[in-house]
Design a binder for this molecule. Sequence first.
Ligand code: FES
Length: 576
Amino acid sequence: MSKKRGMRKNLTAYGDEGFSLFLRKAFIKAMGYTDDALDRPIIGITNTFSGFNACHRTVPELIEAVKRGVMLAGALPVEFPTITLHESFAHPTSMYLRNLMAIDAEEMIRAQPVDAVVLIGGCDKTVPALLMGAASANVPAILMVTGPMVTGDHKGQRLGACTDCRRFWAQYRAKEIDEEEIGEINAKLCPSAGTCMVMGTASTMACCSEALGMMLPGGACIPAVLAERLRNAEATGARAVALSKERLTPDKIMTPAAFENALRMLLAIGGSTNGIVHLAAIAGRLGIAIDLDAFDRMGRATPVLVDLKPSGQHYMEDLYNAGGAATILRELKPLLNLDALTVSGRTLGRNLADAPAPFAQRVVRSFKNPIFREGGIAFLRGNLAPDGAIIKQSAMDPKLMRHEGRAVVFESLEDLANRIDDPRLDVSADDVLVLKNAGPKGAPGMPEAGYIPIPKKLAQRGVKDMVRISDARMSGTAFGSIVLHVTPESALGSPLALVKNGDRIRLDVPARRLELLVAGAELKRRGKAWKAPKASKEDRRGYRKLFLETVTQADRGCDFDFCVPEAKMRVPRLKK
Ligand code: FES
């Protein structure tokens, strides 16, 4: 880390430092700053606002509150833009662009004279991208999230994005509700600014980031529209100034112990399956690899405690009213590394001791009375997924935990869209739907297509869940018996690529197995005959070329391989 501070830091290279500073000051003075302001520590604030990102609608007022905190603490706040990503406004999928945002954040933090940086994120990919960038830049950094939306109401039922989006859409597909009603619901699912208010990826990453120590205590769950969110922003700005003086860099916070705390949180909240990919990517930037077999063992001893949709029934504002992340962390206390340092400058244990006293509430269960007796995510292995796959076991039909069925195969997203609702599709409720070529390279960008819809003709007969398997991801707000992140992905000619219609597939979640019941010799024969998908013209240029050539598989976080240093340690550090 450079010893130079404020305006003297990261000078533009003209070969004459005095001139570089002279020129820099001449330009910045055009913004109206005095020499007194320019002599202060500089706190950068990432501006992730966009007219396309409703989850970040409040960013301008959050920036004002952060600036107030920075100035009250005696430093100069300077905001700067980074790209932003919203789930519904990022074609082909926001995951395809997460690494671009991480590179943008890293390079802008590194290029500009910031002594510390406030990272403002919220929507699913923005928090991981900012933390990945900050981890690589390793300048003192503190995260704050925009916060969750409040819930809506439809005919006396609470509504929230986007578990209820999927629930009502499935009812509409099954002709249980009509065009007019689905239109009414559409206007009520996102009733305020903020992030999805179930335990989707945004809420998951917010809670995990607080456990990781990168956010002020209490910051994860405050709804976006509350005055408390602005007070949290002011406090974050003030704390950023202290971080700059203490030179408390991300590598001192995001340690193996901190990642273990974040993984515990992920399991106990029944968090989004995307959380494991993003935590792997953030950890990877610091030379820490996630051992998914050990993560699964951690899951056997970490029940789901948080009663939030899609695994349970409540919403983020209820978790906030129940004491927020501190209530969960307090329950997890015996399993946590309490001496892990956080951006507050205190340890996680100290933060918990200082948190408001516990009280009776109904959202976070006790260890003795969990929502689900194991962690939300189970890690599977087998000949269909040699490097693993995952399933959100807390949000699936328990009857399908052990299931064998006939494969009904879709070769691509296009094939899926063309045939899933075809009345002639040969499919029954006991079959296993298999989607290929939806992984990191195959789609590309590993879209959230793993939530394969129930074929219309079955949905209309009342079928609510089936076993579905793919190398895709799934929205954290979704639910069902859905095997995701099959690794290696099918675009690499893996066993998933070799599945044919009519093959038998066995899923055994308690035994953590996923097997293609086809003889080894036959699979070898199919492997020899397999041909890689042909590269298109677009595949050979620009960001897409970089992405296709360097993106890693899901188990390594789908980061670019050239951004990830060699792993020096593995977490969680559990005994076998
Ligand atoms: Fe932004 Fe759900 S779309 S958090």
